[in-house]
Design a protein around this ligand. Structure first.
Ligand code: NAP
Length: 288
């Protein structure tokens, strides 16, 4: 029987509706709307589109957007000074510095300078450490979105075999902590993993985040598994995921498409993180 296709756009739309109501509540509670600062350095067209989409989505749910677009030639010290100013602002709850940054700037130094309580991308070492230790904090958006998609398919991770393909700081590692926190038995694969197919076939939940077009073939999937495809690969055939969707759909129990699966969830989770940060700034321990 063909798998259920998980509709990421629909799940993201319902998260955004919920966030809109939460924004109204928080606005009453703290006497101002939650604020999200975005920083776009340089003129990378893809980054400009991503930041534009994030600002538009924020404004649609009532989050106030504070946008900064410094010249691409600014120095590291100048960017650090801007981050410090945003850290100190009482109107700003979340800070997002769009990556990649120009060559003269050390991205890690900039990310590390963001106040962890305003780190809505969940990329600072403090956020990563809190997550790894199972402590409350802001969690990076794509892994959070993946957990929502798994649950939206009616799948409870507790006790299940989960396999993640990829160990990046952005996706694989934080997702490992989230799935472990949800009591799954988690295996993380990478480019040195021996017999990838055999490991993947164990998975009741399989998440592919390797950035390799159609790396996961149908024979690597356990019948009935929940398959989440994070891959976003631009090929001659257009945008494809890390999973051979057409064949995998015949084996999996539930599967996300590319596009229309994980992608829409990432922005929805950024909005949710901003609301959580605003609540926490107001002294309410609302993080999960
Ligand atoms: P990344 O930093 O390049 O990490 C890729 C990971 O996959 C690495 O750990 C790498 O192993 C592993 N890998 C690569 N080839 C492999 C292979 N043949 N077998 C097993 N493991 C392999 O990528 P990322 O930032 O995590 O992103 C992964 C994909 O997700 C990309 O396509 C990206 O565009 C997409 N993405 C989508 C969203 C969204 O919102 N839709 C968000 C983030 C990322 P090593 O560590 O050994 O090198």
């Amino acid at each position: 029987m063909a798998a259920t296709v998980i509709d990421g756009k629909a799940v993201a739309a319902s998260v955004r509706e919920r966030v809109k109501r939460d924004v109204q509540e928080v606005t009453t509670q703290i006497g101002r709307p939650p604020g999200l600062a975005t920083v776009l350095v340089g003129d990378d067209p893809a980054s400009a589109i991503y930041v534009g989409n994030k600002r538009k989505a924020s404004e649609e749910v009532g989050i106030r957007s504070f946008h900064h677009e410094p010249d691409g030639s600014l120095s590291q010290d100048e960017l650090l000074a801007l981050v410090a100013e945003l850290n100190d602002s009482d109107e700003i709850d979340g800070i997002l510095v769009q990556l990649p940054l120009p060559d003269q700037i050390d991205s890690a130094a900039i990310v590390n300078a963001i106040d962890p309580d305003k780190d809505v991308d969940g990329l600072t070492p403090i956020s990563a450490g809190r997550l790894a230790r199972g402590e409350p904090g802001l969690v990076s958006c794509t892994p959070r979105g993946i957990m929502e998609l798994i649950r939206s398919a009616g799948v409870e991770p507790a006790g299940k075999e989960a396999v993640i393909l990829g160990r990046s700081n952005l996706v694989g590692r934080p997702l490992f902590s989230l799935l472990l926190g949800a009591n799954a038995t988690v295996t993380v694969c990478h480019s040195r993993t021996r017999d990838l197919g055999e490991v993947c076939r164990r998975a009741e939940i399989l998440v592919a985040a390797a950035g390799q077009p159609r790396l996961v073939t149908a024979d690597m999937i356990r019948p009935g598994a929940t398959v989440i495809d994070v891959g976003t690969n631009r090929t001659e055939d257009g945008l494809v995921g890390d999973v051979d969707f057409a064949a995998a759909k015949e084996v999996a129990g539930a599967i996300t498409p590319v596009p229309g699966g994980v992608g829409p969830m990432t922005i929805a989770m950024l909005l949710r993180n901003t609301v959580h940060a605003a609540r926490a700034q107001a002294g309410e321990p609302a993080w999960t």
